[in-house]
Design a protein around this ligand. Structure first.
Ligand SMILES: N[C@@H](CCC(=O)N[C@@H](CS)C(=O)NCC(=O)O)C(=O)O
Length: 226
């Protein structure tokens, strides 16, 4: 068996697949692909040009949600998708919420200007204008999304059902990017969400990738306040 994840480890969608593989106890290789300067033939593997893509032997797939759905059928145990039809659909919904709603804000408007742009522009710190714009997003655009997640958690430890699911992995993953940018939901206003993230990021599956990434991307994570 040869499983390969293709993509940059800093992508929340690549991390989601890596954590799902780790939670299922599967070995895999990570082949670094930068979607902005991809290898030849990349569009054959990932028709939309995005990361992650995935190889299982000579079979290829693209899109983290598709890859995770495949992994679930191929390696059913331990399950990461609920058996109950409604709970299953709810788990898919959280994948969509993060993909279509949360990452376009947290990734493009916060992590990219605060962490990626300075790194790739060879600068130690973001431009003041980028910092100010990102700060505004953190103050105005992330709170309603965090309010929603806080209310969906309710008094439970996990988003759907009683076992860890793809919903939990998917929600926790882009919060690693935010953590690298020095941003987290304040414990006072979003106590359940913050405690959930602390628990998720302490799981061995997340801990391993966070430890790999932090020396490269996580300079601002020490700035996080409660
Ligand atoms: N729905 C996709 C989203 C993947 C995605 O947007 N990946 C970003 C990196 S985080 C990417 O490849 N961007 C490059 C591009 O859109 O050209 C998934 O779940 O895999």
């Amino acid at each position: 068996m040869s499983l390969v994840v293709l993509g940059g480890s800093v992508s929340p969608f690549v991390r989601k697949v890596r954590v799902a593989l780790a939670e299922k106890g599967l070995d895999y290789q990570l082949e670094q692909v930068n979607p902005f300067s991809p290898p030849e033939g990349w569009r054959k593997v990932s028709p939309l040009g995005r990361i992650p893509a995935f190889k299982d032997g000579d079979r290829t797939l693209a899109d983290s949600s598709v890859i995770c759905a495949y992994l679930e059928k191929r390696f059913p145990s331990p399950a990461l998708f609920p058996a109950d039809p409604y709970e299953h659909a709810r788990a898919l919904w959280f994948e969509e919420f993060i993909d279509g709603g949360f990452v376009p804000v947290a990734g493009s408007k916060v992590f990219r200007p605060l962490v990626l742009k300075p790194l790739f522009g060879g600068k130690a710190e973001p431009e003041p204008a980028d910092e100010a714009a990102a700060r505004k997003v953190v103050e105005e655009e992330l709170p309603p999304l965090w309010d929603y997640l806080e209310s969906e958690l309710g008094d439970r430890d996990l988003f759907v059902g009683r076992e860890l699911t793809i919903a939990d992995i998917t929600v926790a993953s882009p919060h690693v990017n935010l953590r690298h940018a020095g941003v987290a939901p304040a414990r006072k206003r979003w106590p359940r969400l913050r405690a959930f993230l602390d628990r998720m990021h302490a799981r061995p599956s997340f801990k391993k990738v966070i430890e790999e990434e932090t020396p490269i991307f996580g300079k601002r994570s020490a700035n996080i306040k409660d």
